[in-house]
Design a protein around this ligand. Structure first.
Ligand SMILES: Nc1ncnc2c1ncn2[C@@H]1O[C@H](COP(=O)(O)OP(=O)(O)OP(=O)(O)O)[C@@H](O)[C@H]1O
Ligand SMILES: [Mg+2]
Length: 365
């Protein structure tokens, strides 16, 4: 997977900017607040159809302007495509791929695949389960379009269910209908997380062994409300989940909120059998996140036969020499976009391209 050319018009602090990336390492460097992360955010937008930082499209439009336009030329092993995204303050974004309108994000996600690793991920192990679910959801969505649609449907159903439960006297027949639908839609999500976390776990265990010189065994476990779901088909998952929802029905009515379902589940990291959240050192936790991200790259290659584009936002400065070296030794033959304030310490090889970022302008060197 390659991002070839990016053009921005009135996106964030860019009035008008074009960049042509190298197939290898691309280093965007410059002082703070100049627009480095904004470039990665723009590229990321083409993978998921929404930004990873901004909550609203309006934040992405350059101050004082009424729209933003982005174009990305990218290629996978089969063909080159051109995608366009236009953002507006008060209406839906308009997306096209090769001039064909993309009406739903689910038609976009999976075509241009990335793994994004920025400082906000460094707390992945120790912070709340939401970030861990989101991370894995982004990964699986790019690999399996049905997962992305089911996830969207599931979120909508949970919202409806919560709205119903908030009422003083919720309609119980309605609650049963919502629970039934929720169980069936969520089966795809639970099945996807079980399958892909299993695969990630195998890759991550290997990587962790390598980076710790054999001292650490990492295990990644999906903690689903239905218990171990490996080997269950979707019908069985649906039945078990429905049963769980029924068990908690009384409690949910009493608490006026939904307390069980895949929107409340967690992913547990263990090192040598001990939960990393509670026992791993800061450095070990960083290593786990790094390993998780590299395992995601490996999984994408395994599943699609192609490496994704790796976006590393300001991450090298957070890692010591050993971990940096480990990343760099692992990312041969793939395209990487790196942001940093200082280029020192990066290998400047023949397919490395440097971009100097200053006040909303990028200059290739
Ligand atoms: N909608 C917008 N319109 C104009 N400028 C914006 C908009 N959104 C963000 N900016 C500006 O973009 C700049 C931040 O860009 P970015 O986050 O890419 O910086 P950075 O180079 O990654 O900095 P750091 O090294 O601190 O991470 C800030 O100066 C911010 O004010
Ligand atoms: Mg930044």
């Amino acid at each position: 997977m390659r991002a070839n050319k990016l053009t921005l018009t009135d996106f964030r602090n860019y009035a008008s900017q074009s960049l042509e990336f190298s197939d290898g390492i691309n280093i965007l460097y410059g002082d703070n607040a100049q627009g480095k992360t904004n470039i990665l955010e723009a590229v990321y937008l083409f993978s998921m159809g929404k930004a990873n930082r901004a909550r609203k499209d309006a934040e992405l439009i350059r101050h004082g302007q009424s729209r933003a336009d982005l174009e990305l030329t990218f290629s996978d092993k089969e063909r080159e495509s051109v995608a366009n995204i236009s953002l507006f303050p008060n209406r839906r974004k308009v997306i096209q791929v090769n001039e064909i309108p993309v009406r739903k994000n689910s038609e976009l996600v999976g075509r241009f695949r990335v793994v994004y690793f920025g400082p906000e991920y460094l707390g992945l192990v120790k912070e709340g389960p939401k970030g861990r679910r989101r991370n894995i959801d982004i990964l699986i969505s790019q690999l399996r379009p049905r997962y992305f649609s089911s996830l969207g449907d599931m979120k909508k159903l949970v919202e409806s269910k919560n709205a119903l439960l908030k009422m003083e006297h919720p309609n119980q027949a309605m609650l049963d209908i919502l629970n039934e639908k929720l169980a069936s839609v969520s089966a795809e999500v639970i099945a996807g997380r079980t399958e892909y976390l299993g695969k990630i776990g195998v890759l991550a265990e290997e990587l962790q062994k390598e980076i710790s010189s054999g001292r650490e065994t990492l295990s990644i476990k999906y903690q689903s409300c239905i218990g171990e779901a490996t080997g269950l088909d979707k019908k069985e998952i649906t039945e078990r989940l429905y049963q769980k929802l029924m068990e908690h029905r009384g409690r949910e009515l009493a608490l006026h909120e939904s307390v069980v379902g895949p929107h409340r589940e967690d992913i547990i990291y263990e090192i040598n059998g001990m939960e990393a959240k509670a026992f791993a050192s800061q450095g070990q936790q960083k290593t786990i996140v790094l390993v998780q991200k590299l395992a995601e790259v490996g999984l994408m290659e395994q599943e699609t036969g192609e490496l994704p584009v790796l976006l590393l936002d300001d991450i090298m400065s957070e890692l010591d020499k050993t971990r940096r070296g480990f990343i760099l030794s692992r990312i041969r033959d793939m395209q990487i976009l790196i942001t940093c304030t200082d280029v020192d310490g990066f290998p400047l090889e023949k397919d490395t391209k440097l971009f100097r970022v200053e006040d909303g302008k990028v200059q290739a060197e």
